[in-house]
Design a protein around this ligand. Sequence first.
Ligand SMILES: NC(=O)c1ccc[n+]([C@@H]2O[C@H](COP(=O)([O-])OP(=O)(O)OC[C@H]3O[C@@H](n4cnc5c(N)ncnc54)[C@H](OP(=O)(O)O)[C@@H]3O)[C@@H](O)[C@H]2O)c1
Length: 367
Amino acid sequence: MNVAILGLGVVGMGVYDILLRDVPDIKVKYVMELDQEKTKNLDVIVANHISTILEDDTLDTVIELIGGKRIAYTFVKQALQAKKNVVTANKALISDYFEELTELANENGVILRYEASVGGAINVLDPLLTIAKINHIHKIEGIINGSTNFILSKIFLEDYDLDKALEAARNLGYIETGTNDDLEGFDLLRKINILSMMSYGQYIKEEEIIRVGLDTIPREFYEYVKSKGLTMKYIATSEWKNNQIMVHLEPVIVSQDHFYTKINYEENIVTLYGAYHNKQSFIGQGAGRYPTASAVVYDLLKIKEQDHARLQYKNNFVINKNLNKYRFLVLKNGKFLKTESMTFESLLVDKEIQAFARIDEGAYESI
Ligand SMILES: NC(=O)c1ccc[n+]([C@@H]2O[C@H](COP(=O)([O-])OP(=O)(O)OC[C@H]3O[C@@H](n4cnc5c(N)ncnc54)[C@H](OP(=O)(O)O)[C@@H]3O)[C@@H](O)[C@H]2O)c1
């Protein structure tokens, strides 16, 4: 099997290494990379133009690891149209263009896989396809952003204040300069969107998801939650009920005995709730060169073994942002208040609310 890697950055170089070292029957025939320093010592053809790769009939699969939605979108589309399989780790691209790219792959009889786009090293998407066939998945929940989990772990486990926790995350490169995707929740949104679409067999638009950024939570909010002996996690939830779907992500206050308090720093968890299996969780490293690269290689092996299930995205459930009600801790006019059950929408219209977090059932009595 011959492949081409587009983008030899953090993940791309990891994929190159693993294939060279451990997978002799998958040959990296081409790489495409802007930075010549990264390619000068490699024993591989460096393509200067995508057409070199796409016109090669011996090439099966294009691995897109450039990131973003501009050139990556163009290359992925062109590769599928040229009847090449595509593997990508690009959640921004997959979440936003899921329908178009899925249909394009099907029309061209090729495979599009994106295991590394959700939860880095956790291989959850592939089992999800099989699980969804037997169990009707009705809920998905997860901590699927390592940067924000790292910041919250620093605040609640090591007693860092917000600024020091942000600085620690920045120093380790967990918060990218020039983007606020992690703190504003866009990264989490893309991942829960991909999981939801695959679980429910339905295309969902990003704007149909309720997103509350972790950046909305001020320092005094953390202090208050700590003073009650509780902790906070940044959780994405997706639920299917009565043929309706609700997807949301927000900071959540949980008690110290909640299972998710064991998921700290860069670790991720995805929990799938199904009709027959009750619940099943997947835990692992959410990012990093080799964890992510191993999920990309996993996809390549699945393509090589021709073990790829195709889902039909035929459902048309109603997206209802008010499907569930929750209780919240709100900071309003400088005071902390517990609310009764209410919808996100009714909370969001109250302009006097400075910040809020959902209260998990097990934490309510402690506030
Ligand atoms: N890093 C992680 O832990 C992780 C985890 C999960 C998913 N992902 C996803 O994996 C993808 C890659 O992430 P990354 O961290 O590896 O990014 P990265 O380190 O920035 O790598 C991207 C590489 O693509 C190159 N590039 C940019 N434009 C190009 C073009 N037109 N043609 C060829 N190469 C080009 C860049 O070169 P220059 O540096 O010269 O611009 C860079 O080497 C992203 O979609 C990301 O969301 C990453």
